[in-house]
Design a protein around this ligand. Structure first.
Ligand SMILES: [Zn+2]
Length: 286
């Protein structure tokens, strides 16, 4: 049985870096502050293709072409948040997660991360000269000292910890009511990803693991992470939570699971893999 899947676009995306023109047709990801302008439509990706800044009658502060999706140009743009746009809604990207087409979400997330990088890297952090966009790649460069700044990506690991028929799940104080998920944490400088997995599980729940195995990864643009998914096998220890990180953590039997994260998250993929594997191993064997 094949259990894992990968989070990849259904159609091809080829990155590019070019100036955008407000009259060019394509998929337009226009942000007002951190909010994305969308037309409500059953197929939102197609809908982002049904207007240009010129047809909306808006003035852009910034625009660029960041790639081609299925050969169609994809543009990123920003407007002054004071500017109101008739016929469009401004929405927080996070609220679209699991609601819109996955490819749309992925492209919009990519656009937002590029925009953040441009907005947050105005001056050289070494010599304070205004940075310029690099012509041939996604980067900002200092004309005085050649310092280069690339869009920041902060890796985080997320992992299922399995003890025979049980999985270790925890909940943070900010989770929706009664929901539990897999543990996760940011990679520290100098660590291998496997070391991060072992350290986070030990710090957050006092559990030691082995057989740490990579499963898949998922970009998480809030604001600039990539989640790297692992499974690990329980080795020893009694659960003792770090109250700064978690509100609760428990072993859950595969037939008696709590409320789980939505289907398109990597956390849910790891949990679903565990359920499928436990069913194969333990169903009908008693
Ligand atoms: Zn510099």
């Amino acid at each position: 049985m094949k259990q894992s899947k990968h989070f990849a676009l259904k159609s091809s995306f080829i990155p590019a870096v070019q100036q955008g023109s407000p009259s060019s047709p394509g998929h337009w990801f226009i942000f007002s502050g951190d909010q994305l302008l969308i037309k409500q439509s059953p197929s939102v990706v197609a809908a982002q293709n049904s207007f240009t800044p010129d047809t909306l009658g808006i003035t852009l502060e910034f625009s660029m072409l960041f790639g081609h999706y299925d050969s169609i140009p994809c543009f990123l743009a920003a407007i002054d948040p004071e500017q109101s746009v008739a016929s469009m809604s401004a929405v927080n990207l996070r609220t679209l997660f699991g609601v819109v087409d996955d490819d749309f979400f992925s492209l919009a997330g990519r656009a937002l991360q590029i925009l953040h990088h441009t907005r947050e890297h105005i001056y050289c952090s070494r010599c304070a000269t205004p940075l310029q966009d690099r012509k041939d790649e996604l980067a900002r460069v200092c004309p005085a000292c050649d310092f280069i700044s690339f869009p920041r990506v902060s890796p985080a690991v997320i992992m299922s910890v399995v003890k025979d028929e049980y999985i270790l799940l925890g909940r943070g104080a900010h989770f929706t009511k009664d929901m539990y998920s897999t543990l996760a944490g940011f990679v520290e400088a100098g660590e291998t990803l496997e070391e991060t997995v072992a350290r986070e599980i030990h710090e957050e729940a006092n559990i030691s693991v082995d057989q740490i195995t990579y499963v898949t990864s998922q970009p998480w643009p809030f604001p600039h992470s990539v989640m790297i998914g692992y499974t690990a096998r329980y080795r020893e220890g009694e659960i003792k939570i770090d109250p700064k990180e978690l509100e609760d953590a428990r072993w859950f039997h595969y037939k008696d699971l709590p409320k789980l994260p939505s289907r398109i998250t990597i956390a849910r993929l790891l949990i679903d893999n565990f359920i499928a594997s436990a069913k194969t191993k333990y169903d009908d064997k008693r």
